[in-house]
Design a protein around this ligand. Structure first.
Ligand SMILES: Cc1cc2nc3c(=O)[nH]c(=O)nc-3n(C[C@H](O)[C@H](O)[C@H](O)COP(=O)(O)OP(=O)(O)OC[C@H]3O[C@@H](n4cnc5c(N)ncnc54)[C@H](O)[C@@H]3O)c2cc1C
Length: 452
């Protein structure tokens, strides 16, 4: 299948870059990439997965705690066990694997060409290779925010790690990051690392959270902090790192309702390690270079109901699209993206379970306390899964769908938490109503209801 295409001209020497052709090229071999590849393969597409690490599995290889698979396999698994189930399925197929291979570019030709072939360029120790695909699935996951992104003042000693890096050190490299840790941020990775450090004999002085509520799942607060007697300090942050060669202490302060440190509340907490769990950023540099538009709310691609980006034939799923709290949800979403990519290539357009309506072009906006709404575009009149996350916890609120100021749908009153990614089935008839009103956008609003 391999053919040769002359390309790079360097110092007068014409080098041949090997090219291999596929129907669907998946970038990233984590749970998102594997689920998308398996779904595309099941639909009859010739599929390749490109993964920069030497192994499939993505970040789950280092998540050795249980809590995975409860909805997908109806069984509690660790991260590596969950990943292995998909690795085994991939190995049982003829999906081509390019491991230890870093994708450095996606070239989509003319953006207006519906039938464009995308060229994915990758580098591996064997050299450069190009894969062509009539569809590409972006599944590159996300990375952690670092100290420089939240600008913690103070000196710059060793001992400041992102929580995920410390997780890798302990669980994969068998290295101990320190002896006495403070954790900033109560996202799930921070909570899980508080427990992991304790189990490894690292004393955890406390978890400090800027917001007045914990950011991780309730079950993680209970299982990782409460059960181990680790204190959670809300409305507090690290205002200074102290130490020369190694962290010696951190200064923590209470914050006010505007999240600004309150003078006079400073306290010195001795420690040799500061772990940061302060957010994840979808890895979209490749997507942007390929011409994919990003949503400023999710920092992932703007997609339609079949998870296709604005560049025809490029789909996105998993953490590169929006940050998920549960890998099971990543799998479900990515199966949809893989099936849609195969349908795009093999016929029937990008729609899998939707009835395409050429007249349908609606933009979806979040409102109220909804932080984002996904998909950002709807191009078919069909039952559409909307995902969203709220920006603050509320005990009583309702989801409303509006078009041209008119309420088309109102959900039940219930509680919402920012740690939980919500999903909402938008009925086809609501989309039709919006179109009948002549609307070009619909609004997903989550509105708190004031207690009497
Ligand atoms: C540090 C960290 C710890 C986490 N811990 C937990 C946890 O304990 N529990 C939990 O439920 N969830 C956890 N998550 C969330 C978890 O990431 C998701 O549930 C899920 O793994 C996301 O799957 P994914 O395939 O989208 O991304 P990932 O699992 O991150 O996989 C993305 C893959 O893409 C590859 N890749 C990226 N760019 C390129 C490129 N240019 N070329 C080739 N390959 C590329 C990466 O190497 C990686 O293997 C964690 C996330 C992070 C970042």
């Amino acid at each position: 299948m391999a053919k040769f295409k002359s390309s790079a001209i360097d110092c007068g020497v014409v080098e041949a870059v090997q090219t291999q052709a596929f129907d669907v090229v998946v970038i990233g071999g984590g749970p998102a990439g594997m689920a998308a590849a398996l779904a595309a393969h099941k639909a009859g597409a010739r599929v390749a997965i490109v993964e920069r690490e030497q192994h499939l599995g993505g970040i789950l290889r280092q998540c050795i705690h249980p809590g995975f698979g409860l909805s997908h396999f109806k069984q509690e698994l660790t991260g590596p066990e969950y990943a292995q189930r998909f690795i085994d399925q991939v190995h049982a197929t003829d999906i081509a694997l390019f491991l230890n291979s870093m994708v450095i570019g996606v070239d989509s030709g003319e953006p207006t060409e519906d039938t464009a072939v995308h060229t994915v360029t990758l580098m591996s120790p064997a050299g450069m290779l190009q894969l062509t695909g009539r569809a590409v699935v972006l599944a590159m996951g996300c990375r952690e925010r670092t100290r420089s992104e939240i600008k913690i003042p103070g000196s710059r000693p060793a001992g400041v790690f992102t929580a995920g890096l410390a997780q890798r050190y302990i669980n994969i490299e068998n290295l101990k990051p320190g002896s006495r840790a403070v954790i900033l941020g109560s996202g799930d990775i921070g909570l899980i690392m508080a427990r992991r450090c304790t189990l490894e004999g690292i004393s955890v002085e406390g978890v400090y959270e800027l917001m007045p509520y914990a950011n991780g799942l309730r079950r993680n607060v209970k299982n990782c902090l409460d059960d181990f007697g680790i204190p959670l300090h809300l409305s507090a942050t690290v205002t200074r790192v102290i130490g020369h060669d190694r962290v010696e202490a951190v200064e923590v302060s209470q914050v006010d309702e505007h999240l600004a440190p309150i003078p006079g509340t400073e306290r010195i907490v001795p420690c040799d390690t500061l772990l940061l769990s302060v957010g994840l950023i979808p890895e979209n540099e490749l997507s942007v270079a390929a011409g994919v538009e990003l949503d400023p709310h999710t920092r992932g691609a703007v997609v339609d109901q079949s998870l296709q980006t604005g560049v025809p034939g490029i789909f996105a799923c998993g953490n590169v699209l929006h940050v998920h709290d549960l890998a099971d949800n990543v799998t479900t979403e990515s199966e949809r993206a893989g099936a849609a990519a195969a349908a795009y290539v093999l016929g029937g357009g990008a729609e899998t379970d939707a009835v395409a309506d050429t007249g349908c072009e609606l933009t979806v906006f979040p409102a109220g306390i909804a932080g984002y709404a996904l998909p950002g575009r709807i191009t078919a009149v069909a039952l559409t899964k909307l995902n969203f996350r709220v920006r603050r916890p509320v005990d009583t609120a309702r989801v409303r769908i509006l078009a041209d100021g008119e309420e088309l749908f109102a959900g039940k009153v219930r509680a919402f938490k920012p740690s939980v990614m919500e999903s909402f089935p938008l009925p086809a008839k609501v989309i039709k109503q919006a179109l009948d009103l002549g609307a070009s956008k619909i609004v997903l609003s989550v509105d708190p209801i004031e207690e009497a």
